[in-house]
Design a protein around this ligand. Sequence first.
Ligand code: NAP
Length: 467
Amino acid sequence: MSQIGTAAQPLRVAIIGAGPAGFFSAERLLKDSSMVIEVDMFDRLPTPYGLVRNGVAPDHQKIKSVTASFDRTAGNPRFRFFGNVELGRDISVDDLKDYYHQILYTTGAQTDRHLGIPGDNLIGSHPATEFVAWYNGHPDYRDLEFDLSQERVAVVGVGNVAVDVARILCRTREELMKTDIADYALEALSNSNVKEVYILGRRGPAQAAFTAPEAKELGELDDCDALVPADEAELDPLSQAAMAEADRADVRKVDIIQELSKRHPTGKSKRLHLRFLVSPTELIGDEHGRVKQMKLVHNELYATDAGSMRPRATDRTETLDVGLVFRSIGYRGLPLPGVPFHESWGVIPNNGGRVQGSDGALLGQYTAGWIKRGPTGVIGTNRPDANETVDNMLSDAREGLVLTPSHATADEALAFVGERQPCFVTFQDWKTLDEIELSRGKEQDRPRVKFTRVEDMLEALGKSCSS
Ligand code: NAP
C-alpha cells in the first residue's frame, strides 16, 4: 500500500458541516505542504456557509463577505462539496469509515436552550434561533409563523443574537430592502404591528454579552428610538470596581448604554427598550393558550467566590404586557447519529478536537467549531479553533493513526455518494444558485433574493428527484 498523504494515496478527509469551522479546517488542511490531502465537505443543505448564510443578520452584509475566502478554498482542485447530503439520512459514520482516513464534524449548534419557567411553551413563545433561521430563509424554518400582529415583543437575553432579533424587528421596510432577508420575511416584517421591543438582561450593563458595535447600532435605527431606563444603566459598586480592569471594548459598551439612557423618545414609530437586572419568572397565557404577559423579577448582583457577578432575585416584581416572546439565551448543539455527545454541554466530547469515546480518543474522528467548544465567539474565533483540530489531525496522520478505508479514492467516494443521494449538489451547482440569487437581487435593487426551498434549488439546477 502507498504511503498515506502522497500523490499515490492522498490523505482523504470528510468534513461534515459547511459552516465557518468546516471551511477554516478545509483551508488549513489544503494549505499543508507536508502531505497531499483531499477534502470532501458534506452539508445537509444544498447551500454552503452554515450560519454565515442562515444565522448572520441580513443587515450585516459586510460580515458575510468572509464567504469570499471560503470560495477560494472551494476553488482548490482537491476540494469537493456534497450539498444536500445528510449524515444519518443518506450516509452514516460507518459508511464514511469505508471511504475516508479522517472524519471531521463541524455541524455547529442548531438548537436553543429553554428558559425553564412556567408558560415557556405557550403559543407565541419562540426560540430566537428559529426566528433567525426563518428570516434568513433556512429551508427547514421558512414555513414557521410568528404573530407579528402583536404590538409588544420581549427578547430574553442580551447577547448579539438578541440584539440582532430586536434590530430586525425594528427596521423599516426601506432598511430591510438593503439586505438579503428572505422575501417572505421582508413582507411579514414590513407589515408588522410591532411597536415596542424589550430586550431583557438578567445582569447589568457591564455584564451584557453583546458587543459595543452592536450596542451602537441600536441607537442608529431609522425609525426606532432605543431607550434604557436610567436606574438600570447605572453600575452597582461591584460592577464599577470591575470596570477599572475591563478592556476598552467593554468600557465602550457601557458608555454606549449610558448614553442611550440619557435619550428620550423622539417620536419614531417604534421603541426598543434595553432593560437590565430583570429575569422572566413566568409567561401568562390568554384563554387560547397564547402568551399575553410576562412576569419579571428585578435582580441584584453579587460576586461569587470565583469572582464572577451573578444575578439574585429581589422582592421587586413587574408584569410586562407582551404578545410575542423570543428566548435568546444561547444556541445548543445536537447529537449526530453514531457520534459521541455530551448531553449537558451540548458538544461532542473531545480533547483538542480529537473525539473522545468512552475508552479515550476515537481513531480518525475529530471536531471543530461550536459543536466542539459550545456556541461562543464570532466567526473568526473558529479559525484558531479549527487550526488546533487540524494540527492534531495532521500530527496523527503523520504517525499513521488514521482509519483504514477499503475504498480510499475520490472516484469511489463520488460513486458512493451519487448512489446514496443522486441529488447531491456540487460547489459549481451552488455557484449557479448563487448567480441566480444575485441576479434576482439586482432586479429588486437588493444584495440577493434567496432560494428558501430545497425543491426550488434542485429544480433550478435541473435535478429532478424527490429529496
Ligand atoms: P450569548 O452571547 O452567550 O448570550 C446569551 C445571553 O443569554 C446572555 O446575555 C446570557 O446572560 C443570557 N441568558 C442565559 N441564560 C439566561 C436565562 N436563564 N435567563 C435570562 N438570560 C439568560 O449567546 P448568543 O447571543 O446566542 O450568541 C452566540 C455567539 O454568537 C456569541 O459568541 C455571539 O457574540 C455570537 N454572535 C455574534 C454576532 C456578531 O458578531 N454580530 C451576532 C450574533 C451572534 P448571562 O450573561 O447572564 O448568562
